[in-house]
Write a protein that binds this ligand. Structure first.
Ligand code: GLU
Length: 270
């Protein structure tokens, strides 16, 4: 039984790239789920969610009810974060983005955004001051916690057995002060909760799978298989983005394009 999901964020209208992703996931599924990843309340809007449901139905997709809307489950993510805090696997990072960038510049061999660290020496003072912070997963503590299991983090990606190498992402941000979940934590939590067995998404998230497999081990959640599809590009050769109005499903529909036309365009040989 293959369970897949499509998990858009309602920050704009769906474009052809989303249609490709959703149709690819649905085609691989015995059970197809839809999840609205609307944690970023500053950028997500209910009208985009309505439009997403309309556009996917117009494409001919059907999904199981109920649709999971992440903003309605903040307590779940807070509990997951508490679990990691209780196990001592995360630390507070009080640095600003600028400070982090300056630190990476001082370590030229580290890719710019890969952060490694630990609890700040002045944490009590900073907490007392009410300074903002992010919760980061400590790879060092995760490795100690898992022991021999750290070397057995194998998963299936794009038809091959892959050994997870979470170090390539550094100590990932899993939450922020007053905000219990990042994309990584919420997405891995929900994939486990919803019984997703195959994650189908764009190849821009190929690296993220290494972190997600580590999180699954830390929570004793099952590891799904992963499949990464190519990213569609626009006429300018750049990957499609929500701001490219001409490629949105809405504007195609307004110009008389049919769902069959979209499928034929996206899957020419089928
Ligand atoms: N909400 C994420 C996005 O729109 C989903 C990524 C995923 O499928 O895990 O990119």
């Amino acid at each position: 039984m293959i369970v897949t999901r499509f998990a858009p964020s309602p920050t704009g209208h769906l474009h052809l790239g989303h249609a490709f992703s959703a149709l690819t996931a649905a085609a691989a599924a015995d059970r197809f789920l839809l999840r609205i990843e609307d944690l970023d309340t500053g950028r997500c809007r209910p009208e985009f969610e309505t439009a997403i449901l309309e556009d996917l139905a117009w494409l001919g997709l059907r999904w199981e009810a109920p649709v999971r809307r992440q903003s309605q489950h903040m307590a779940d993510y807070a509990a997951a974060l508490d679990h990691l805090i209780g196990a001592g696997l995360v630390y507070r990072d009080f640095r600003t983005r600028r400070e982090i960038a300056a630190d990476s510049a001082a370590a030229p061999h580290a890719p710019a955004e890969v952060v490694r660290g630990g609890t700040a020496a002045d944490e009590p003072e900073r907490l007392a001051r009410g300074d903002a912070f992010a919760w980061r997963l400590s790879l060092d503590r995760a490795r100690d916690h898992l022991g021999a299991r750290w070397d057995a983090l194998w998963f299936e990606a794009d038809g091959a057995r892959v050994q997870a190498d979470p170090a390539r992402l550094g100590d990932a941000v899993l939450a922020r002060k007053d905000f219990p979940a990042s994309y990584h934590l919420a997405s891995v939590h929900d994939d486990a909760l919803q019984g997703v067995t195959l994650v189908v998404r764009g190849e821009d998230l190929r690296e993220a799978a290494h972190l997600h497999v580590l999180l699954q081990a830390l929570f004793d959640w099952p590891t799904p298989d992963y499949r990464h599809h190519r990213l569609l590009t626009g006429p300018d050769g750049k990957r499609l983005a929500k701001r490219d109005r001409a490629q949105t499903l809405r504007s195609l529909r307004e110009r008389g394009v049919t769902p069959d036309d979209v499928r034929a365009l996206l899957f020419p040989s089928s």
